[in-house]
Write a protein that binds this ligand. Structure first.
Ligand code: ADP
Ligand code: MG
Length: 272
């Protein structure tokens, strides 16, 4: 990794139950003013597996993802990426201390995120979009960045669209470019926040297929989605968030099987 800022010491997790956690969320709350949006979340995202986060609109899914990407700061609680604290570390008195900006940058750079809106630069080609951060943030030579960028576009099936501008691509293709852009930075964990929600139904399949391939390649994915079919077949873990609380967290069989939690049953009736 070319971001060489010193990392916080890696916790020795080899013998602990957290050993295989890519992301470990402990006691996270989030308030906006008087509104408590996350009410104490404990979540383990296992390494090399796909975890799908489902739940009604307004339940706090995006906020939780944004806290994990450190786009929002949790009000209380801690988050670790492979044992390294993100943003805050537990203090001896049980509170938290803020980590150095270098440590925060280094740990958050290990997380990739894909949003509902693709947010591509309109004046750059697909390849330009994928390479931009490699050159400006990771300080790669342009030629090296382009080689790496082409490999990422191939991964999402768009090598033949490298020279196209976003306006010349379909929504599904634009979202695949956004995925390639996140992959280019070599993240340890990929977060997806409703990546198909703004696509026409006929374009969701190509994006879900790319995500299914990534899941099959052993990447760690945390996916917020209303595509329950995708969650049930690709997700190895399902987390169900309701009113800022994690009501359920288990395998698809445990979560979707009978007897169903009444809140989940109600949610599924709305979205299926
Ligand atoms: P979801 O992604 O599950 O639909 P969100 O995490 O977007 O839910 O939002 C959860 C709640 O937090 C909602 O009630 C929303 O209005 C509120 N919220 C989210 N972001 C902010 C913010 N920046 N300021 C105030 N309230 C917010
Ligand atoms: Mg959301």
């Amino acid at each position: 990794m070319s971001d060489t800022a010193p990392l916080a010491p890696r916790a020795s997790t080899a013998e602990t139950p957290e050993a295989d956690a890519a992301v470990l969320v402990r006691g996270v709350t989030k308030r906006f003013g008087d509104t408590e949006v996350l009410a104490g979340i404990d979540l383990k995202v296992p390494t090399g597996a796909t975890t799908c986060l489902i739940g009604p609109s307004g339940s706090g899914k995006s906020t939780l993802l944004r806290c994990i990407a450190f786009l929002e700061e949790a009000t209380t609680g801690t988050i670790e990426i492979h044992g390294d604290p993100l943003g805050f570390a537990e203090a001896p008195d049980g509170g938290r201390t803020r980590l150095s900006p270098q440590s925060i940058r280094a740990v958050r750079s290990r997380i990739g995120m894909v949003f509902q809106q693709f947010n591509l630069w309109p004046h750059m080609t697909a390849l330009g979009n994928v390479c931009e951060a490699l050159v400006t943030v990771r300080r790669m030579r342009r030629s090296e960045a382009e080689e790496h960028g082409m490999a990422q576009l191939s991964r999402v099936g768009l090598a033949n669209r490298a020279k196209h501008y976003p306006s010349e691509l379909s929504g599904g293709q634009q979202q695949r470019v956004a995925i390639a852009r996140a992959l280019a930075l070599d993240p340890e964990v990929m977060l997806f926040d409703e990546p198909t929600a703004s696509l026409d139904p006929e374009l969701t399949g190509e994006v879900l297929n790319v995500m299914r391939d990534l899941a099959g390649s052993g990447m760690t994915l945390l996916v917020v989605t209303h595509e329950i079919g995708f969650a049930a077949t690709v997700g190895q873990r399902i987390a169900f968030l309701d009113h800022g609380r994690l009501l359920l967290d288990g395998t698809p069989r445990e979560v979707f099987g009978e007897p169903r939690h009444p809140r989940l049953a109600q949610f599924l009736e709305t979205y299926l």
